[in-house]
Design a protein around this ligand. Structure first.
Ligand code: ADP
Ligand code: MG
Length: 395
């Protein structure tokens, strides 16, 4: 990669502004899942151990440019203090006089957490003045917030105009390395498993992957649109009628690129999405009844997809194979996750729901890399240069 990293800068005695992704789920005013906080610990510890004074900044939820009391960062500061075993100073402002005051008593190897960045309207507008205010007390900028690196927001993009060197933290560095190696020198056979709700969410990714992979396995709601485009009856399934031409175009592209594109041959269908629903297995060739929706891939498809995953050297997975939130329709997602966990292949999982599925099934340790990014992961897979990476100081 071209960007400088934490290893390239001398941080001793310096004040470091680090953008992190502490956008964690809250429950009753406490952190319900601290995965994202833990993910930033290696960079945080590295800086603190080397005697930097650390200003941490993150957004939390969607306060839309104003103060929303329930979205204050205090529970995050609390959890971070516990994880680090030292007290983290929390200031109640994003910019303002409280910050220099707190900094005046902050010693080397200590850290401070700013208030929710998105309380300030300048953050999402990528506002220059706001970025300058954020930058003013620091000597070095670190981006370790991969999950927001596809957003041109002030703390990710504009800030680098006022604060250099701007370097990648360890989390960001790993994400860049994994996706770059996957795009530039993939081990083969290289297989992509793509699912999730809609084709329209992932057009760019599908096009990009069709130019790089040996096999593309499609599942989830988006498979319905492809199957409909091939003329199958899909009943009341989620089908994007306005994307049928696109689906045909992607099928053509697969053929031209000699990519083996697999679609479900059987499906689990039901008349409603609930645990009480009566689920039936339907052959795609026979079509779905008008009353039914396709909600998961069927047993034959699971077996075929699992075999395909097992015989690959590299697998990238985004998007569940069915409505996995309802356990009755989670079998396909589970089968693919199991195959991924058992395979010799290096596997990369990205996407909010896919990562959640892998985690909840307990396979996190068995895959090569779980991306902390949803949208950012997909955009990087498309081959796009993300704003949070593009403006980092180059080597
Ligand atoms: P990710 O966050 O991993 O990128 P997506 O957000 O694209 O994944 O897709 C996840 C959503 O897709 C889930 O909420 C799931 O219920 C939905 N989904 C999967 N299969 C179907 C289907 N057959 N019909 C309707 N929705 C589906
Ligand atoms: Mg999602």
């Amino acid at each position: 990669m071209g960007a400088l990293t934490l290893h390239d800068v001398d941080v001793r005695g310096k004040t470091v502004l680090m953008r992190v992704d502490f956008n964690v789920p809250l429950d009753n005013g406490t952190v319900a899942d601290d995965t994202r906080i833990r993910a930033a610990l290696p960079s945080i510890r590295f800086l603190l151990e080397r005697g930097a004074r650390l200003i941490l900044a993150s957004h939390l939820g969607r306060p839309k440019g104003k103060v929303v009391p329930e979205l204050r960062m205090d529970p995050v500061a609390q959890r971070l203090s516990n994880l680090l075993g030292m007290s983290v100073v929390k200031v109640d402002e994003v910019v303002g006089p409280e910050i220099p005051e707190a900094l005046s008593t902050l010693g080397p190897g200590s850290c401070l957490l700013l208030e929710n960045l998105r309380f300030h309207p300048g953050e999402e507008k990528n506002d220059d003045d706001f970025a300058r205010s954020l930058a003013q007390y620091a000597d070095i900028y670190v981006n370790d917030a991969f999950g927001v690196s596809h957003r041109a927001h002030a703390s990710v993009a504009a800030v680098t105009r006022y604060l250099q060197p701007a370097v990648a933290g360890f989390l960001l560095q790993k994400e860049i390395e994994v996706v770059t190696s996957l795009l530039e020198q993939p081990a083969r056979p290289f297989t992509a498993v793509i699912g999730g709700a809609k084709v329209s969410d992932k057009i760019g990714v599908l096009e990009s992957l069709l130019r790089r992979v040996d096999r593309l396995l499609i599942g989830g709601g988006m498979a319905n649109t492809f199957l409909r485009a091939q003329g199958h009856s899909m009943g009341r399934s989620l089908v994007e009628e306005d994307k049928l031409d696109l689906a045909r175009r992607l099928l053509d592209l697969a053929e031209r690129q000699q990519v083996e594109l697999l679609l479900p041959e059987d499906l689990v269908a039901a008349a409603e999405i609930s645990e009480q629903a009566e689920a039936v297995v339907v052959e795609v060739a026979e079509g779905l009844a008008d009353t039914h929706m396709a909600l998961d891939i069927g047993p034959k498809t699971r077996k075929r997809y699992a075999q395909s995953v097992s015989s690959s050297a590299l697998v990238v997975w985004n998007g569940p194979m069915g409505v996995f939130e309802v356990s009755k329709f989670a079998g396909g997602t589970k089968a693919v996750a199991e195959a991924l966990a058992a395979a010799d292949a290096f596997s990369v999982v990205g996407g909010g729901d896919s990562a959640a599925a892998i985690n909840s099934l307990g396979f996190a340790e068995k895959v090569g890399h779980i991306s902390t990014g949803g949208g950012a992961f997909l955009e990087m897979l498309e081959g796009k240069l993300l704003p949070g990476i593009a403006h980092l100081t180059q080597q």
